[in-house]
Design a protein around this ligand. Structure first.
Ligand code: C2E
Ligand code: MG
Ligand code: MG
Ligand code: MG
Length: 276
């Protein structure tokens, strides 16, 4: 009887595994299909200079335009794309599209813009990354100075020495490097001074509860002060209210993104906002 029970447990286990494996396989197939059929789109969220109120850049944010499900946000497929390695070609598609779009806006005579693209860990550590980016810049004609790459602390943690080398390569190509979601990654601050980064982006979790949460205000203010001392530009993410913007401006924050100014927009709508 124990044996039969064991067998049942085993069967239950493999059925559960194969359901999970099947779900992954089908997601992988759908993502590959989406890649082949250009079913990804980028939305662009303005980055606003606080002193002038002008749009100085935009962050390109990936969406999956699935025929059945509609626009799927990145949180629902990027973790899987990371796991399966598909993030490398998907991320490369995003880089290429964002650079091409930025070049078209420049050609159309719109005000100069930085374009920010999120990089995943797999891409960062891909040996050919600098070559791939160089090829994309060459093909699109976007000057490297116009491209920002966003990385997170967790991608660097535990690989600080390699990061100094890799980020140095990217920096020497003329790109700007930003640390995204800053403050959420338990990193030692000492790595900051060794890395050739230009921008800190304050994570939206520290912005969300300003001005109700004193601790978040201290943290956001502290990040801004740190950035200024280290001569880095600082951008706040997730700014939704005038009170949040006032506080951040008072602390000396350089620029911001958030629903207060605009949600991420399809390229055509972003362009309308730009030409206003
Ligand atoms: P992130 O890079 O930190 O992007 C900021 C996220 O905050 C975006 O979510 C944006 O839509 C959202 N956001 C902007 N303003 C506000 C606001 O005022 N309030 C609130 N509540 N949210 C706001 P989204 O577009 O869903 O992207 C989520 C994450 O997916 C991104 O976080 C980034 O880590 C990742 N991601 C997006 N596109 C790419 C990509 O092309 N490659 C890679 N590797 N990751 C990407
Ligand atoms: Mg980002
Ligand atoms: Mg972020
Ligand atoms: Mg994030």
């Amino acid at each position: 009887q124990a044996k039969a029970q064991g067998r049942n447990t085993y069967r239950f286990f493999t059925d559960a595994m194969s359901a999970e494996a099947q779900r992954h396989l089908s997601l992988e197939r759908r993502l590959r299909h989406a890649l082949e059929h250009e079913r990804f789109v980028l939305h662009y969220q303005p980055q606003v200079d606080i002193a002038s109120g002008r749009i100085v850049g935009c962050e390109a944010l990936l969406r999956w335009n699935d025929p059945d499900e509609g626009l799927v946000p990145p949180g629902r497929f990027i973790p899987f794309a990371e796991e399966s390695g598909l993030i490398v070609p998907i991320g490369e598609w995003a880089l290429h599209s964002a650079c091409l779009q930025a070049r078209r806006w420049a050609d159309a005579g719109l005000p100069p813009l930085q374009v920010s693209v999120n990089l995943s860990a797999r891409q960062l550590w891909q040996a050919e990354l600098p070559d791939r980016i160089a090829a994309i810049l060459k093909a699109t004609g976007l000057p490297p100075q116009a491209l920002d790459l966003e990385l997170t602390e967790s991608m660097i943690m535990g690989h600080e020495a390699q990061a100094v080398e890799r980020l140095g390569q990217l920096r020497s190509m003329g790109l700007r490097l930003a640390i995204d979601d800053f403050g959420t990654g338990y990193s030692s601050l000492s790595y900051l001074k060794n890395l050739p980064i230009e921008v800190l982006k304050i994570d939206q979790s520290f912005v969300r509860n300003i001005p109700q949460d004193r601790n978040d205000m201290e943290i956001a203010g502290g990040i801004i002060a740190l950035a200024r001392k280290l001569n880095l530009a600082v951008t706040a993410e997730g700014v939704e209210t005038a009170a949040q913007l006032d506080f951040l401006a008072g602390q000396g924050c350089d620029s911001y993104q958030g629903y207060l100014f605009s949600r991420p927009l399809p390229a055509a709508e972003f362009e309308k906002l730009l030409s206003r």
